[in-house]
Structure formats: structure tokens, C-alpha cells
Design a protein around this ligand. Structure first.
Ligand code: DGL
Length: 269
């Protein structure tokens, strides 16, 4: 976790970002643990899917978003995106003036302690090809064999809120069957959009098979902010939402994890 100084204001907001609605799966879990925190969420829907972008592109998009979060005086930024955590975290970790929480690096120690020897990871193409989960888990446990698989259609399915269509179900089942051929004892949903598909996945396999890293990640964030004495001491929380395109679509797709009271603000850098 990066930090340039310790002069953060405990009553400043926590920021989250992702390519779209996926990061709401993390925001939802953080809110459940820390209901009084003010949150800012940026969904970079214009540049979705991040999993198909180059490192240079991801650095450019996130630099704009991080500078915006600095202007908003955020005390912490949650990289609620496995793709940016996998591809650019090491490059940006000491560059900005807030505490930075990357999802992959924050949950890998917990995943490495799972009592399994065969672990599946569903994630984006960029996350899988970076080998970030494999490398991070191996730091703590070299005896787990990790099977990474990318599912190129799943992010769109979540953004279109089309999980229940026959076409989507066929795609989800096809990708799941491919992973199941590896006999994984657990499968990590290593893209924040994928928990939107959990109900459908659970129709084809046991729900217990799947791990949503947002759950241990939210606990990690809470513990770290607590240790740094950065949990808010007031309850006048205020949540703000921004997207870079299609605000109406975001509000509709968000519903499973966050009910927005109004459409998010359009903000393009
Ligand atoms: N939800 C993001 C992740 O966790 C990015 C998905 C995408 O836009 O490809 O990787």
C-alpha cells in the first residue's frame, strides 16, 4: 500500500474506480463494513473493457482519474479493478497523494491460505496474461496450482445487464465448463464485473465453488484504515458517482450492487 505522507484527513472520502459497474461489487462490501464513510466512484465506461487495453492506455486513463481524486482530497483510493491492479499498480504505487489499495495484491495472501491445491481464476485477458494472481499467490504458497482463464464476453454481459438471456447463459456455461475441466477446488472471480454473473454460475455449479475477492478486500481496507487512524468520526456521509459515458445505462446495470438515487454525473477527462 502506497503512501506519500500521513496528513490525510480522516473525514475525506474514499475513492473507487473501475471501467464500469464492476467496482460496485467492492464498494458494496466496503459500505457494509464502513457505512459512515463518504465515497466517490468513477466508472470509466468510455474506455471499457480495460481487459483489452495496453499498459500505456491504462496508465493514461488512470492518471486522469487519480489526479481527479487528488483534487477531491481523497484519503484513500481503491483500485477496484483487477486489471489495473495487475498491470499498472507497480508503476503508479508511489506517485499519488493518497493511500492506494490494489485488489489483487491485497487479497492474494488470503487466497494463498485456502486449503486447496488447484485454484481457478476467472479474469480479463490483461489480468490473466500478466500472471499477477499466479505471481502474488506464489509469494505466499508455491503449492497451489493456479488455472487462469479469461472470459472476454463477461464484462459486456454485466454492463448490459443481460445475465439472464439464453445467449449469455450459453456463453457463461461454455466458459465455466472449460474451467471445470481443470478440476479446480475453488474458482476466484478475479474481475470485479464477474460477481454480477454469480447467480447464473451457481445454477451450473455449486455457489460455494466461487470466491468473490471483494469480501476479503473490503475487510483488508477497513483494517488498514483503522490501523492508520483514518476511519471517519462523523456520520454525514455523502456518495458521489461519475462515469465517462452512458450514465443512464450505469444506473440500470448498477442495481444489483448499488441502488443509485440519481444518474451519475458525466465526467470525461
Ligand atoms: N472490472 C475490471 C477488472 O476487475 C475490468 C474489466 C474490463 O473492463 O475489462 O478487471
Amino acid at each position: 500500500m502506497a503512501t506519500l505522507n500521513n496528513n490525510y484527513d480522516k473525514n475525506s472520502p474514499i475513492a473507487f474506480f473501475d471501467s464500469g459497474v464492476g467496482g460496485l461489487t467492492v464498494l458494496n462490501k466496503v459500505k457494509a463494513l464502513l457505512p459512515n464513510e463518504s465515497c466517490i466512484y468513477y466508472g470509466d465506461t468510455l474506455h471499457m473493457p480495460y481487459g483489452e487495453k495496453s499498459k500505456e492506455q491504462l496508465l493514461e486513463y488512470s492518471d486522469n482519474i487519480f489526479r481527479f481524486f487528488e483534487l477531491k482530497n481523497c484519503k484513500a483510493v481503491v483500485m477496484a479493478c483487477n486489471t489495473t491492479s495487475s498491470v499498472i499498480y507497480e508503476t503508479v504505487k508511489d506517485k499519488y497523494n493518497f493511500k492506494l489499495f490494489p485488489i489483487v495484491q491485497s487479497v492474494s495472501e488470503i487466497l494463498a491460505k485456502l486449503p486447496v491445491t488447484r485454484l481457478g481464476i476467472f479474469a480479463t485477458r490483461a489480468t490473466i496474461t500478466s500472471n499477477a494472481y499466479q505471481n502474488e499467490i506464489a509469494k505466499y504458497n508455491k503449492n497451489i496450482k493456479v488455472f487462469g482463464q479469461y472470459c472476454p464476453d463477461w464484462v459486456h454481459i454485466a454492463e448490459e445487464n443481460s445475465m439472464e438471456t439464453t445467449k449469455s447463459r450459453d456463453i457463461i456455461k461454455r466458459d465455466l465448463d472449460k474451467m471445470l475441466a481443470n478440476n479446480p477446488e475453488k474458482i476466484v472471480l478475479g474481475c470485479t464485473h464477474y460477481p454480477f454473473l454469480l447467480d447464473v454460475l451457481s445454477e451450473y455449479s455449486s455457489k460455494d465453488l466461487f470466491i468473490d475477492p471483494a469480501i476479503p478486500f473490503a475487510l483488508h481496507i477497513k483494517n488498514e484504515l483503522e490501523k492508520a487512524d483514518l476511519l471517519t468520526d462523523n456520520n454525514n456521509f455523502h456518495d458521489l458517482f461519475y462515469v465517462s459515458s452512458n450514465p443512464e445505462n450505469f444506473k440500470t446495470a448498477a442495481k444489483m450492487f448499488y441502488e443509485l438515487s440519481k444518474v451519475p454525473e458525466l465526467l470525461v477527462f
